[in-house]
Design a protein around this ligand. Structure first.
Ligand SMILES: [Zn+2]
Length: 366
């Protein structure tokens, strides 16, 4: 009898060692609709339940026999999130959207090669259309939608959560995938008038912020002081205060508009208020771990818990959206962070139903 159990144990162990790692796409691919490109944006998570050391050899995305993406390794802004869990951020520019795409990963574990395939259906949905979060002004799109924006990877590692619905896979949330840091600029591409040592010196400080759609206020903070620039304080980072003063506006279908780093005591709304698109709700500030006066804005969809506490807002996935209209001025490069754009490439046009991408300069007049 003893021999038999040992035999069964050995068979189980051998079966386990040949088990392939699991590839999961935790949130359906989102379509980015920019002025210059249409892109498919999603993330792939790879996890080995046996915690073996995975060497990734090759990754590609195909639509039928057309190669859409090829990487010999997981490229620089991907990271090992924890023991043998990998996240790959995908951004594919496309002329036409394929109906089905296949993700193919080749990896090596202890000398054994695995090829893992994951097919996904691309669902074409109408993108959510909102109005911009301001009534007027010239704005630089900081950290905006792009392949490698710091917002894109901001919460994938720190806000992981065990998810039984995905067979125990640990989710990394991409709740700022399409976030924008809005920085006001003048017509010379400068962010402030003098030396940028006071909040009032910045063109954006105190500007009115408006509701991007009809909705209900479900979370607010209004008492965190503004910091005096230059002011990136790592030490003040805490999950509860990371957004500074903020407004969370529920705009329906479990989608929430996030406004962060608002000016203290500038909020025109309270918890439970219903607002209309275009209503002034607060003022641009510099509260929380902020690098200078700006508005952080994104739209996110709750996945598990409702936003009943300040922390639950992290358990969400950023959704794509478009603005009803704005005027594109061009693209600016901010190389040395000296308070002005070093180079502006002009490409003026009126734009309808698009989302600006990182480093674009736009004018809003509503
Ligand atoms: Zn931000």
């Amino acid at each position: 009898m003893k021999k038999l159990s040992l035999g069964i144990f050995l068979i189980c162990a051998l079966t386990n060692l040949s088990a392939q790692p699991k590839m999961v796409i935790p949130f359906e691919p989102q379509i980015f609709n920019g002025v210059n490109r249409t892109s498919l944006v999603y993330e792939i998570h790879l996890k080995d339940s046996l915690n073996r050391n995975i060497e990734i050899e090759e990754f590609k995305v195909q639509s039928k026999n057309t190669l859409l993406l090829f990487d010999s390794e997981f490229i620089s802004y991907d990271f090992r999130a924890d023991t043998n869990r990998f996240i790959k951020n995908i951004w594919i520019d496309l002329d036409t959207l394929p109906a089905i795409i296949t993700n193919i990963l080749k990896c090596n574990i202890g000398g054994k090669e695995f090829v893992i395939k994951k097919e996904i259906t691309v669902k074409v949905r109408d993108l959510l259309m909102i109005r911009p979060p301001f009534n007027e002004g010239s704005w630089f799109i900081g950290g905006g939608p792009s392949e490698s924006s710091f917002h894109r990877v901001a919460c994938q590692k720190i806000q992981s959560k065990f998810e039984t619905a995905l067979d125990g896979f640990i989710l990394g949330y991409s709740n700022q995938r399409f976030a924008i840091d809005w920085l006001a600029i003048n017509d010379k591409g400068q962010f402030y008038k003098n030396d940028g040592r006071t909040n009032e010196d910045f063109y954006g400080y105190g500007k009115d912020i408006v509701a991007v759609a009809d909705g209900e206020v479900i979370w607010i903070k209004d008492e965190i002081p503004d910091y005096i620039p230059p002011n990136y304080h790592d030490s003040i980072y805490a999950a509860e205060t990371a957004l500074g003063n903020c407004i969370l506006l529920d705009i329906g279908n479990d989608i929430v508009a996030f406004y962060a780093h608002l000016k203290p005591e500038s909020l025109r709304v309270k918890l439970g208020d219903k607002v209309k698109a275009g209503d002034i709700i607060g003022k641009l500030g510099n509260s929380g771990p902020s690098t200078g006066p700006h508005l952080h804005f994104d739209l996110r969809k709750r996945i598990i818990e409702p936003f009943t506490s300040g922390l639950n807002r992290y358990y969400a996935q950023s959704v794509s959206y478009v603005f009803n209209s704005y005027e594109l001025i061009g693209t600016g490069i901010d190389d040395n962070e000296d308070g002005e754009l070093d180079k502006i490439e002009k490409n003026k046009k009126l734009v309808n139903q698009k989302l600006p991408e990182s480093n674009e300069i736009i004018i809003i007049s509503h």
